[in-house]
Design a protein around this ligand. Sequence first.
Ligand code: ADP
Ligand code: MG
Length: 212
Amino acid sequence: MFITFEGIEGSGKSTQIRLLHKALLADGHQVVLTREPGGCPVADRIRAVLLDAANREMAPMTELMLYAAARAQHLTEVVRPALQAGKIVLCDRFSDATRAYQAFGRGLNRETVELLNRLACGDCAPDLTVLLDCDTKTGLGRARSRIEANSTGPREERFELESLSFHQRVRDGYLKLAADEPERFVVVEADGTPQEIAGKIFGQVIPRLEQG
Ligand SMILES: Nc1ncnc2c1ncn2[C@@H]1O[C@H](COP(=O)(O)OP(=O)(O)O)[C@@H](O)[C@H]1O
Ligand SMILES: [Mg+2]
């Protein structure tokens, strides 16, 4: 079972995926928790380039190709081997993020984005995608406090510095993707405490795991 978490900056993906990971481990499942861009050394190097706010001049097509390159490596090294070993894979962002950010946000041609996703993923697709939906002001406010609190690591804020209208297009894009594939997506309103949101997610994910 391949489960991805999606949503705008600060919607609570990393918080919620950690809570689900803990709960599934406690239930005795074999679970791999990973993230994109990154998840393995080669892709982590690409992540640093993608998220570094100093790289202001990056062209949208370069951005798209770097995401695809990182994804191809991550699938080869981490995701496919874990799925083949029968593990549950939880991934913080995946191919829907490329659709939402590079097609809806940046305005790249959707077919080009789909082509790059196909090249990177082959036939590997999420079984279930949790979309955390929240308004852009709330999300960006939370993301900003996360960045300010992390004074030691790299400042991964190239996307956080984009305009509210960019993030609004990304949010609307995600909702459109979810509406297009209602069997795969679970849309969760990301307001309330982390525990309240986790309760809503567990309620949707655990029954699906039990169905196989
Ligand atoms: N439900 C919530 N209410 C308030 N703050 C939250 C909530 N969920 C997460 N946060 C905080 O908001 C920031 C961003 O959350 P995070 O999980 O990193 O979001 P994302 O991974 O989607 O960018 C973090 O500092 C986190 O502790
Ligand atoms: Mg995160």
